[in-house]
Design a protein around this ligand. Structure first.
Ligand SMILES: *Cc1c(COP(=O)(O)O)cnc(C)c1O
Length: 469
């Protein structure tokens, strides 16, 4: 299998499967060009509104369909498969509702994320709760709702022992294990290292036996969970993590003398290609690597849960920012835009791990032509490192042009960082109609300055001066 590491932008050919609708991303790029131009023409973007985020609804639907098709192609007929979207990747109610309509549930990891999933109408039986720090109240709520719970550690299991007894809850419950198969290229995102904070570390002394006993003592433990992939982790390593969980499920079932573990939750973590337009690796490629590595998982004895986040949304989001000023420093052109650390926090603070492609558009929102010039694209925040891109080759950005940060649909503009009290930008979803004309819908309106003031303690203005001095 070629190109399974997510770092190479060549597209695998010859699989001929139906899950790869637009692997080169040509349709997506064309839709983006139309959307940027329409955003300028329709006044969603101008001198007074210098920053917006756009979501490609067609692309999101295609990715959801690709995910479903990829697992349909490798599972035995009738296998229950729940694709639960990792809400943290795009905590926006309209996005969760769109995915729900596409047959995708929700993986939540906090009371806030659970509330968003519920607001979007995601059914309890299509919701999974994972978090390393669940409070007793959260656990009680999950059991009352009947949503699935993945237990992180022995102390949490002890809490559940008390809560489950006599609760009559329908919640499927499993334990999260860390197969400790090793990390990927980005340390902060690697969940399967020897010392990762998540789940029960399977290779630690006595841990495996503890997990097996935990299941044998508790007939209500029927699932097993691992989430070992993430950006920077190669597909074979992800599949090895799943393979370890599968082997453990087989051992538990053998020793229980019955199919006690009936569902494996294999997590998410498919890497996204930020280096070019192409969608690689695909869900189809990952599903095939999984079937080759862990064939027993697909023979119909196990139901499956997946928890993909970034790979469903990243390619479908674009931040578009107006170039307020174009200047030069030390001989390098610098475009000062309105998109920086507040919408691209990871890129600004860890540029080596999270480089973004920038596309240049002119003042009318048309793709900018011209020779490539090495330039920096800066944000509006008041610190020197607030750069969206360093030394990127682009047609020279000039005052009044627009810089688009591509592939920012997951973990970027939906994760606002309030540095310099910069407001959250509006997010607009878009679809082209049959003539190619773009229709926009508001996903989240822009935060106002009044809201920033209100959220910054204005009702407590005298709180500190009123204290005894
Ligand atoms: C973050 C997370 C996911 C989603 O990861 P992606 O890399 O966005 O696909 C899935 N499951 C768990 C438990 C997570 O913490």
């Amino acid at each position: 299998m070629e190109n399974t590491d997510g770092t190479d932008d060549t597209v695998a050919h010859g699989y001929g499967s139906t899950d790869e609708v637009d692997p080169q991303g040509t349709g997506r790029a064309a839709r983006r060009h139309e959307a940027v131009r329409a955003a300028v023409e329709q006044g969603l973007l101008d001198a007074d509104v210098p920053l917006v985020a756009l979501l490609d609804v067609t692309g999101i639907r295609e990715s959801a369909a690709g995910l479903r098709a990829a697992f349909d192609a490798v599972t035995a007929p009738g296998t229950p498969v729940l694709h639960a979207f990792a809400v943290k990747a795009s905590p926006l109610v309209p996005v969760l509702r769109l995915l729900r309509e596409e047959g995708i549930g929700a993986e939540v990891a906090s009371p806030g994320e659970l509330a968003l999933a519920r607001a979007a109408g995601v059914e309890p039986e299509r919701t999974v709760l994972d978090s390393p720090a669940k409070t007793p109240a959260e656990l009680r709520e999950a059991l009352a709702l009947g949503i699935a719970v993945n237990v992180d550690n022995p102390q949490e299991l002890e809490r559940l022992d008390a809560l489950v007894a006599g609760s009559g809850s329908r919640s499927p419950i499993g334990i999260r294990v860390n197969p400790q198969v090793g990390g990927g290229a980005i340390e902060a995102l690697s969940t399967a290292t020897a010392t990762s904070k998540f789940g029960v570390a399977l290779r630690d002394e006595g841990a495996r036996e503890w997990v097996v006993r935990a299941y044998l003592d508790r007939p209500w433990l029927t699932r097993l969970h691992t989430h070992s992939g993430s950006q920077g982790v190669a597909l074979p390593m992800m599949a090895r993590g799943v393979s370890e969980a599968y082997a453990l499920a087989e051992e538990i079932n053998r020793r229980a003398g019955r199919q006690q573990v009936d569902t494996l939750d294999i997590g998410g973590g498919l890497p996204v290609n930020f280096a070019s337009e192409a969608s690689t690796p695909t869900y189809g490629q990952y599903a095939r690597v999984l079937r080759e590595t862990v064939p027993g998982l697909f023979d119909g004895r196990y139901g499956l849960v997946t928890e993909f986040g970034r790979s469903l949304l990243a390619k479908h989001g674009t931040v578009v920012a107006r170039v307020e000023y174009a200047k030069s420093a030390g001989g390098r052109p610098v475009a000062v835009t309105h998109a920086g650390v507040q919408v691209a926090t990871r890129t600004v603070y860890a540029p080596e791990s999270w480089p973004l492609r920038i596309a240049a558009y002119d003042a009318k929102g048309r793709p900018k032509e011209g020779p490539a010039v090495t330039q920096d694209v800066a944000g509006p925040a008041c610190f020197a490192g607030d750069l969206l891109a360093r030394g990127q080759e682009l047609p020279l950005l000039e005052q009044g042009d627009y810089a688009a940060a591509l592939d920012t649909g997951a973990y970027y503009f939906a994760h606002h960082y309030a540095y310099n009290s910069l407001p959250r930008p509006a997010i607009h979803g878009f679809v082209p109609d049959s003539t190619g004309a773009i229709t926009f819908a508001t996903v989240r309106r822009a935060q106002t300055i009044e809201e920033i003031v209100a959220e910054s303690g204005t009702t407590h203005t005298d709180a500190l001066t009123a204290l005894p001095s």
